[in-house]
Design a protein around this ligand. Structure first.
Ligand SMILES: [Fe+2]
Ligand SMILES: [Fe+2]
Length: 305
């Protein structure tokens, strides 16, 4: 099958595992940041600045958006970003456990294991950073609903190598795309720019590690393992993409939740934002052959294909 041969061809070009880990460890030593000291947590928020580019809001361009005051729009982006951060914490917690499971059987003196521990330490700092920022923005209590919370528990306990790293890449890449815009957008809250910058710098290493590892793990699977992994990955993609915004954010800014959820679901601008966020990772998954089979329906339902 063409997918298999393209994977084999790609696998031959994947750098040595230890070489990559050594390089990532050197970069980590030079460019790692402690949000506890890097971010001015006590600085007041600017009253007139957006938290995310309004065009990236889930309600931008809808009739509901037109009826909202400027202050209400700013507040909505504040709560939407808090929701994104809480979603980030949810997935980073899953990733930390998957990385710990990945490293459990590895040689303790290997650079590959040392880098995995280093990445876990990065994610610990990120989750603390997201938690403090979300609290500052009025919503450290957002997150996925009960069902998705339980599915996350299942994933972090049972994922195979492809799912650990494929799932990690998906969530890391979509957050990264949005944060790359935020970190250079001078019109946003200064704290948002700083949080985004720290996350983008450190995630670049994680994405490299996870991409290469996905290329190593995928060819080890047989046809059944591949079909299973494609389908579970599609579930991860569907649920994480459709839960980016906790419906509670709409209540927080005085909107009718049902009306706002329906408006966001039908909003072509919001769909476009999700496509923009997933653009790079879809290209990567297609290269590997991870988007195929019945799971494609879930990719479509998430509005991504
Ligand atoms: Fe992170
Ligand atoms: Fe990460």
């Amino acid at each position: 099958m063409s997918t298999t041969s393209s994977v084999d061809a790609t696998a031959g070009r994947i750098p040595d595992r230890e070489d990559t880990a050594q390089r990532l460890l050197r970069t980590s030593a030079k460019h790692s940041y402690d949000p506890a000291v890097e971010i001015a947590w006590d600085a007041p928020l600017a009253p007139d600045r957006y938290f995310i580019d309004p065009r990236r809001s889930s309600l931008y361009g809808t009739a509901l958006w037109d009826r909202m005051s400027e202050q209400q729009r700013i507040d909505l982006t504040k709560h939407e970003l808090a929701s994104l951060y809480c979603m980030g914490i949810w997935f980073e917690t899953i990733l930390m456990q998957m990385l710990l499971r990945h490293v459990y059987d590895r040689p303790k003196g290997s650079a590959h294991a040392r880098y995995a521990w280093t990445e876990i330490a990065d994610e610990c700092r990120h989750s603390v950073m997201f938690s403090r920022a979300a609290e500052k923005f009025g919503g450290a209590h957002y997150g996925p609903d009960w069902l998705v919370h339980q599915l996350g528990r299942l994933l972090k306990t049972t994922s195979n190598g492809t799912l650990s790293f494929g799932g990690a890449i998906y969530v890391e890449e979509i957050l990264d795309a949005v944060q790359r815009e935020q970190m250079t957008d001078q019109s946003l809250q200064p704290m948002v720019q700083k949080v985004s910058w720290i996350h983008v710098v450190e995630e670049a290493r994680h994405i490299r590690y996870a991409r290469e590892e996905t290329h190593r793990q995928w060819p080890r699977l047989g046809p059944l393992g591949r079909a299973y992994s494609r389908f579970i990955l599609a579930l991860v993609v569907y649920f994480s993409t459709s839960r980016l915004i906790d419906p509670k954010v709409y209540a927080a800014v005085g909107l009718d939740v049902d009306e706002a959820v329906a408006a966001a679901a039908a909003n072509p601008h919001w769909r476009e934002t999700k496509r923009f966020a997933a653009h790079k990772v879809i290209t990567f998954f297609n290269e590997v052959g991870l988007i195929a089979g019945p799971g494609k329906l879930l990719w479509r339902r998430a509005g991504l294909l």
